[in-house]
Design a protein around this ligand. Structure first.
Ligand code: UTP
Length: 418
């Protein structure tokens, strides 16, 4: 597109601040900015702006509790039947894993991609990527296979992650079985719908959330690659759960036996007001409701055994059939917005440091994909076995809590093996 056309487009979408900046900068800077604008979908910008203007009332409607499988309540025969169905998929090389590592890890406050963060576990400190590599390697050894491992990065952290993995010799994982792919980005916008320009005259963008994984797999050729390899099932997990079990044969078997295209591990809330996304049925479809959106009378609701009705919680441990991923990758997931503070260039090319949140970042969430499916299998996991996330610098879900869970888990495994 020519420069005049791009400026016309900017006018059409009311990008007055940027137009004023363009009128003040030198020729080269102008050219660079125009180049960047040409890669932005301005029509989408309009949709983002609509999204912040219309504060949608959350319509939770009539929610019902989900049904889950509690492995502790299965007979040995039932358990084995599920497991064997899962193992069959592995042994036929129809299984792959994806680790999402495109997040910014702002709450942890570590200067680098989370996967390169080292935690002081026993018997020796390990990087999060190393913990993931070890976990898949254990399954490879057990089943005599090599599972293709894909790592989703962002524009911001891709090079750092790729170099880090190379420097550490992929933690012993066969290099030819590892694939990196970048997720998408969305521009930030200020409260009045204007693009945000930073001190280097660049348009500020941010990774578009973990729900970007489906589209990014399509756009970056990962789906094609998996199809060529004959993959039928894909586990998608997050880098910051140090007890993540990607090779979850029980979950896989349950999905197959129940005829579901998606299966998820949950954990049960410790107490009704625990801040976790709740798995519910809305119009008979599985949906994750943020803890802040659950209607008050449902929070404390109990069944006849005195068990919390809405205790089943989302821990982002998800398994998808490749067909499901293909289907979702063609859908538009909703945007979730976060109101944050971002410095920006005003129309006189002066940088402004806001004191209050002034702009919105937009993200897709992986769990919004559930609503495209009539049925999702849920297997209840345990915190001490499945869920040790590192989100915050200190306190809950911090390196300290994750290290303890990790050490306790492995101590127990070893004592059971003796
Ligand atoms: P979170 O939503 O917890 O975000 O990511 P985060 O980036 O780790 O941390 P904060 O919120 O900035 O403090 C959950 C998982 O999803 C991945 C993260 O890397 C993590 O594995 N993720 C998140 C992405 O891959 N891309 C994104 O755009 C966002």
């Amino acid at each position: 597109m020519k420069e005049e056309e791009i400026i016309k487009d900017l006018e059409k979408y009311n990008q007055t601040r940027l137009i004023n900046i363009l009128n003040k900068v030198d020729k080269n800077t102008k050219k660079e900015i125009i180049n960047e604008v040409s890669e932005i979908n301005l029509k989408e910008l309009e949709r983002l702006y609509e999204n912040i203007k219309n504060t949608v009332e959350v319509d939770v409607g009539e929610l019902k509790p989900v049904k889950s499988i509690n492995p502790d309540k299965l007979t040995k025969e039932e358990y084995n039947e599920f497991e064997n169905a899962g193992i069959d998929v592995l042994k036929n090389n129809k299984f792959a894993v994806v680790i999402m590592s495109g997040g910014e890890g702002t709450r942890l406050g570590y200067n680098g991609p989370k996967g390169t963060f080292k935690i002081d576990v026993e018997p020796r400190p390990k990087y999060l990527f190393e913990i993931m590599a070890d976990s898949i390697q254990r399954a490879n050894k057990k089943y005599g296979i090599t599972i293709p491992w894909y790592i989703m990065t962002s524009n911001k952290n891709n090079d750092e992650i790729v170099n880090f993995m190379e420097e550490h010799n992929y933690f012993g994982y066969p290099k030819e079985y590892i694939g990196f792919f970048k997720q998408g980005e969305l521009p930030l916008i200020t409260e009045d719908g204007q693009l945000v320009i930073d001190e280097n005259y660049k348009i500020r963008k941010a990774a578009d959330g973990n729900g970007s994984v489906f589209k990014s797999m399509r756009d970056r050729g990962v789906l094609e690659d998996m199809k060529e390899k004959g993959i039928e099932w894909v586990y998608i997990g997050q880098i910051d759960n140090v007890l993540l079990k990607m090779v979850d044969t029980l979950l896989l078997g349950v999905a197959i036996k129940e005829g579901s295209e998606i299966a998820t591990r949950s954990v049960f809330k410790d107490f009704p007001r625990e801040r976790m996304g709740t798995l519910c049925l809305k119009n008979e479809m599985v949906k994750v409701i943020e803890y802040s959106e659950i209607p008050e009378d449902m929070i404390e609701a109990k069944n006849e055994n005195g068990e919390m009705l809405f205790g089943e919680s989302n821990i982002t441990c998800n398994l998808f059939s490749l067909k499901a991923i293909e289907k979702i990758s063609l859908k538009d997931l909703p945007y979730h917005k976060a109101h944050k503070k971002y410095s920006y260039m005003d129309e006189n090319c002066k940088m402004i440091e806001p004191v209050e949140p002034n702009a919105y970042k937009f993200e897709y969430f992986i769990f919004d994909s559930f609503e495209f499916f009539n049925q999702i299998s849920i297997v209840r996991g345990k915190r001490e076995e499945d869920f040790a996330p590192i989100k915050n610098k200190e306190g809950v879900q911090s390196p300290e809590t994750a290290i303890k869970l990790y050490n306790d888990y492995w101590k127990k495994q070893k004592s059971e093996m003796i």
